[in-house]
Ligand binder design. Structure first.
Ligand code: ATP
Ligand code: MG
Length: 344
């Protein structure tokens, strides 16, 4: 038998899984390429800006660097493609175009089939906007909630619960052997961005002379986040009157990270309590944490203990918190029956 060529011919299809997030978006393709970008889209403000940045539109870290010259959009803020504002819809479209060109040259005429994972709330609100955004670059589309994509990726299709801790939202989803319904899912708005704001406020209170911004705060958090106890104090350098100075921020990091726990525990318990009583134990013993927030140290142990008061509980963290959603969406794209696709 002739060996299949590695490059795809025109009637072959490129399958992609896309995870559209508030802060980061990722793509995983069946040509083994994976890429991610911060979910920023920026257009030059005027012709000078256009000359300075040297491109009609910028994305991710590059857009952040040039933010003073750009009209910046973070189109999925709060988990919803903001409707009405044409620019937000346009920004989602550009973001998707950009993600696809990261895994496939833009001059390629290979047809694209995309499974797109979106935060659970925008799943309810904005399928139409999303369809419009994808139509130009893909010939078929399937939209899923992100926790479902994650669950699919780790094979947790039955008696499991996924908690996806993102920037804008924490999304919960119970898996019970079918495609999850709306009542199996829930969204809470206190997530990573909220932790950043809390930490910012706490540090302003304790160190009024320290000079920092939200970007620095997010970096501190991502490097040192924890709940419960740590064996080593958290110390960071923050300028005071222009002089780099060491600050102990252990208590503040802990309080900020722990500020999202009560709502998480409550939602988990409620969602499980609503479920068929015969399966509640099984679900409690198969809880999976995903998303950037799953990296908070001590989180799985904390939840295990808090939820454990209601019965035996097991909480684990996905292996790849960055690509878990995109990889799961790609798995779905590979295995999904034909009739599930929406032709565009
Ligand atoms: N080590 C870490 N500890 C704590 N938080 C982290 C860590 N790494 C990343 N994060 C946070 O995770 C969030 C990003 O996670 P993720 O990429 O899953 O979100 P998203 O998909 O963009 O958001 P959403 O799902 O709400 O749309 C950010 O708030 C980021 O600061
Ligand atoms: Mg996400």
């Amino acid at each position: 038998m002739a060996k299949k060529s590695a490059t795809k011919t025109a009637d072959e299809k490129l399958l992609v899984g896309i995870d559209l997030g508030t802060s980061r978006s990722a793509i995983s393709a069946d040509n083994n390429k994976k890429k991610w970008v911060e979910s920023y889209v920026g257009w030059p403000r005027d012709f000078i800006a256009r000359k300075v940045v040297g491109a009609p539109v910028l994305f991710g870290a590059e857009a952040v660097t040039h933010r003073l010259s750009l009209d910046m959009y973070r189109p999925l803020k709060n988990g919803v493609i903001k409707e009405g504002t044409a620019r937000d819809e346009e920004a989602v479209k550009e973001l998707i175009r950009h993600l696809i060109t990261l895994v496939q040259p833009s001059n390629s005429d290979t047809k694209v089939r995309a499974v797109v994972g979106v935060p659970a709330e925008s799943f309810k609100v904005n399928k139409v906007a999303l369809k419009k955004a994808v139509a130009e670059f893909a010939e078929s589309l399937f939209v899923v909630s992100e926790p479902f994509a994650v669950a699919y990726g780790v094979g947790a299709l039955d008696n499991a619960m996924v908690i996806d801790i993102g920037a804008g939202t924490v999304d919960f989803c119970i898996m019970h052997g079918t495609v999850p319904l709306e009542e199996d899912q829930r969204t809470v708005l206190t997530a990573g961005d909220y932790v950043d704001q809390q930490l910012f406020t706490f540090l302003k209170e304790r160190y009024p002379a320290a000079d920092f911004n939200l970007n620095m705060i997010r970096r501190f958090k991502e490097e040192h986040s924890f709940v419960g106890n740590v064996d080593k104090d958290v110390e960071v350098e923050i300028p005071v009157d222009g002089k780099s100075t060491v600050h102990d921020i252990t208590e503040e990091v802990k309080r900020a990270c722990e500020s999202i726990l009560p709502a998480m525990v409550e939602s988990t318990l409620e969602l499980i309590a609503k479920f068929d009583p015969e399966y509640q134990d099984a679900i409690r013993e198969n809880i999976i944490l995903a998303g950037g927030g799953s990296q908070i140290r001590g989180l799985a142990e904390y939840l295990e203990e808090a939820i454990g008061e209601y019965g035996p509980t097991k909480v684990r963290v996905v292996e790849d918190s960055l690509y878990g959603g995109a990889d799961g969406a790609l798995e779905l794209a590979k295995e999904m029956p034909e009739e599930y696709w929406t032709e565009l």
